[in-house]
Design a protein around this ligand. Structure first.
Ligand SMILES: [Zn+2]
Length: 429
């Protein structure tokens, strides 16, 4: 681990405070000292990195990741990847996130029962590079809804994207299986999804008995329940049952917003805007016509989700970036676009979007007291950026602007310097 002193950096500390000039000392895997302003005496035995005015901020947290999605255009194409290739693919994607400055990721669902758990364990054992990771179950769904891809004449559950259950006892069995495998969260598909035919995003599918069983079994083991909830009823259902992670939250009414606000200190919302935005505005590139996207319901959903997110943000609900990258229209690594989406669609300021990606992310990783901020004593997950993300969030999408990436006090990407006293110099694009 590092003994590194970053000098001459502009710190965005992830508390919402205005940036300030400082020196930041990393010792072991912790941020041990932050000296504001003037240059202090060098510390013996410490590597000095002159930031030359670059921005130092907390590593980002992706709130809704699917490492197992393979940049395909359909759910089937993800599922049909053989297990061995799929395992290697998933491991490779973990590295991609770290390469792009995401030092933590919350798994939102995986595509085969143990993919996420195996990759998380391999990261933790130092076998493969990757961010801090919370492993998810597969999507648990009901017949005909999002995640049930079984063809009527081919009833082979392993070919289905999600695990299809019917009734509380089947739910208990599958939840216990995932908990046995060691997942950090259980994923339930409560609402439909416009990507699946005949499963409108505004519809709700799972019974209260099934949800209650899943939540009870999961909480017995101290784990969290994450839900795919686009419809208004499914958001309320999730909150009634005490689910902590709400993905999408597209359609709300006053009652749903009141319930979200009442639970704002317990829950996290990650809308995953990329699917809607990309298919609606750029889908042609991949064979999805504008008419198809509108007919599928994405125009209506975008209008609804924008209204919902703005209201949630105003009411202090934590809305986080990330979501459903790993499709052909929004590939792994492009995730920082979500910060711009949060400004555009949720009404955040750039500082609030950064706060969502850092401080709130640390809280979602269940490490709010030591992760997601540049603060003395916090874990040394940081990125050094050429430029000012507050002036232009899009620079976070440019890998070349990420001068250094450190996770747990170890450089994943070491800073390249021409000289210790000159401005950062980047290779031509
Ligand atoms: Zn998702």
């Amino acid at each position: 681990m590092a003994n590194v002193l970053f000098t001459n950096v502009r710190v965005i500390d992830g508390t919402g405070a205005q940036p300030y000039a400082a020196e930041v000392l990393i010792q072991g895997n912790r941020i041990s000292r932050i000296a504001r302003g003037a240059r202090s005496a060098p510390v013996a035995g410490v590597a000095i990195i002159d930031g030359a005015g670059a921005t130092l901020m907390p590593g980002m947290v992706e709130a809704h990741t699917h490492f197992a999605w393979n940049n395909a255009a359909t759910l089937d194409a993800i599922q049909l990847m053989p297990t061995e290739e799929h395992t290697l693919w998933t491991a490779g994607v973990a590295k991609t996130y770290l390469d792009h400055g995401w030092t933590s990721c919350v798994g939102a669902a995986t595509a085969k029962p143990r993919l996420d758990v195996v990759v998380r364990n391999a990261i933790n054992e130092g076998l493969i590079p990757g961010p801090r990771y919370l492993a998810a179950s597969q999507e648990i769904t009901v017949a005909g809804s999002l995640g049930d891809d079984m063809l009527p004449h081919l009833p082979y559950p392993e070919f289905s994207f999600g695990q299809v259950v019917s009734g509380p006892e089947e739910m208990r069995k599958i939840v216990r299986m995932f908990l046995k495998y060691g997942v950090d969260s259980i994923k339930l598909n409560l609402s439909g999804d416009n990507l699946t035919p005949k499963s409108d995003a505004r519809t709700s599918w799972m019974s209260d008995e099934e949800v209650a069983m899943a939540v009870r079994e999961t909480k017995l083991r101290g784990k969290r329940v994450a839900v795919h909830a686009r419809s208004c009823d499914s958001i309320k259902q999730a909150l009634r049952h005490g689910c902590e992670i709400i993905y999408h939250a597209s359609f709300t009414d006053e009652e749903a917003l009141d319930m979200l606000e009442a639970n704002k200190d317990k829950i996290f919302v990650a809308p995953g805007l990329s699917v809607i935005v990309r298919l609606l505005y750029d889908g042609e590139e991949w064979g999805f016509s504008r008419k198809w996207a509108v007919d599928a319901g994405y125009e209506v959903e975008l209008e609804a989700v924008e209204k919902s997110l703005r209201a949630m943000h105003k009411r202090g609900v934590r809305v986080l970036p990330g979501g459903d990258y790993g499709f052909i229209w929004a590939r792994h690594g492009e995730n920082a676009r979500d910060l711009q989406y949060l400004v555009k669609y949720a009404g955040m300021t750039p500082m609030e979007a950064l706060l969502a990606a850092t401080k709130h992310g640390g809280e979602m990783m269940m490490k709010g007291g030591e992760l997601g901020q540049v603060k003395e004593g916090f874990l040394a997950d940081i990125v050094l950026i050429d430029g000012d993300p507050l002036a232009d969030l899009s620079i976070l999408c440019d890998q070349r602007k990420l001068l250094a990436i450190m996770k747990d006090g170890v450089f994943h990407k070491e800073p390249e310097m021409r000289s210790s006293r000159t401005r950062w110099s980047l290779p031509a694009a």
